[in-house]
Design a protein around this ligand. Structure first.
Ligand code: ATP
Length: 323
């Protein structure tokens, strides 16, 4: 283990439930080893401006159950320039920061890679409700977002059933369909539309609703990933082609909030602890990954080049379950 005296931790990009639990894990692991931990506020903006707050074991009391991030998060276009990176590295030098844990998505990891190139040790912790980070099987926030969506859809189902309606539910996920696919299986949707899988609207949506009606199905739930396109158009097409009263619900940012589930709290605690130990081992330019029920770290460049597919077997599950 190398002699690290001070580390920084920041959250960047879109927020995700469990970011606070990860901050807590970093601060507590640092405290356990007698390392000073500085919380850097508002993502890379705080690094550029020297906007930091000292975090000890007690200053992260009570945050494990809170959504959002106590350090705030932000996009920071200036950090995408060589001048911005230099300012960030200068701040680290000035504050004596030996290494930084950056909690966020792929964009956040690109920032960490650039900072590592200028001599500051960095490690990324994956956090995004989209679960679209290729290098890891799991990202903090995904489970909570799935459960938040599910809770809302279960309520929608009650009223759809009473009125014998169809519900189109747009879930988040950016350009990926992981959230939509998980939610569709968990809520028992009749169809799921995801950007990774081309679909035939007539066959996969309209005919399924028609067949369902013939088979005495009273109501329908169609899950649409935001990356698929315009959910208003999709809703109107269902009305035109089937004549069924169809309502659109866009779940939006409620999926990003709320108290993290046990899974997110545990994963965040393990990722945060692992990240500090990786910095203590003298490593840099790494990201923490969940793989095969274990945690490992890989090179950021390698992580950024990886591709992540939607699991084919899960897509099949959703199809078979929706007959
Ligand atoms: P999510 O997509 O889940 O919201 P993210 O971490 O991918 O999370 P981005 O907005 O892509 O979110 O990136 C967050 C921040 O990381 C940017 O605002 C910027 O400060 C920094 N960043 C992104 N790309 C780069 C880059 N190429 N070089 C340096 N910094 C970058």
């Amino acid at each position: 283990m190398s002699e690290i005296k001070t580390i920084g931790v920041l959250t960047s990009g879109g927020d995700a439930p469990g970011m606070n639990a990860a901050i807590r894990a970093v601060a507590r692991t640092a405290a356990y080893h007698g390392i000073t931990c500085l919380g850097i506020r508002r993502g890379y903006n705080g690094l550029i401006n020297g906007d930091v707050v000292e975090l000890n074991a007690r200053s992260v009391n009570g945050i494990i159950s809170k959504g959002g991030t106590m350090l705030f998060t932000a996009r920071c276009p200036e950090f995408m320039t060589p001048e911005g990176i230099k300012k960030g590295a200068d701040t680290c030098k000035y504050l004596g920061i030996d290494g930084i844990v950056t909690i966020g998505g792929d964009g956040t990891f690109r920032g960490a890679r650039d900072l590592a190139a200028s001599g500051v040790h960095t490690i990324g912790v994956p956090a995004t409700i989209d679960n679209d980070i290729s290098s890891t099987e799991y990202s903090i926030g995904f489970d909570t977002a799935c459960n938040t969506a599910l809770d809302a859809i279960d309520k929608l189902r009650d009223t759809m059933q009473s009125h014998e309606r169809c519900s189109v539910v747009e879930v988040m996920g950016h350009n990926a369909g992981h959230l939509a696919l998980h939610v569709a299986i968990a809520c028992g949707a009749q169809a799921v539309l995801v950007p990774e899988k081309p679909f035939d609207f007539q066959r996969d949506v309209v005919e399924k609703i028609r067949a369902g009606r013939i088979n005495k199905r009273s109501h329908f739930i169609i899950i649409q990933a935001e990356g698929v396109g315009n959910s208003v158009d999709i809703t109107n097409r269902i009305i035109e082609e089937t004549g069924i009263d169809t309502r659109l619900t866009i779940l939006g940012h409620i999926q990003r909030g709320g108290s993290p589930t046990a899974r997110d709290r545990v994963m965040a605690s393990r990722f945060g602890e692992y990240a500090v130990h990786t910095l203590m081992a003298g490593k840099t330019n790494r990201v923490v990954c969940a793989r095969d029920n274990d945690i490992c770290d890989i090179d950021i460049n390698e992580a950024l080049e990886m591709k992540k597919d939607l699991p084919e077997n899960m897509y099949m599950t959703s199809k078979i379950m929706s007959i």
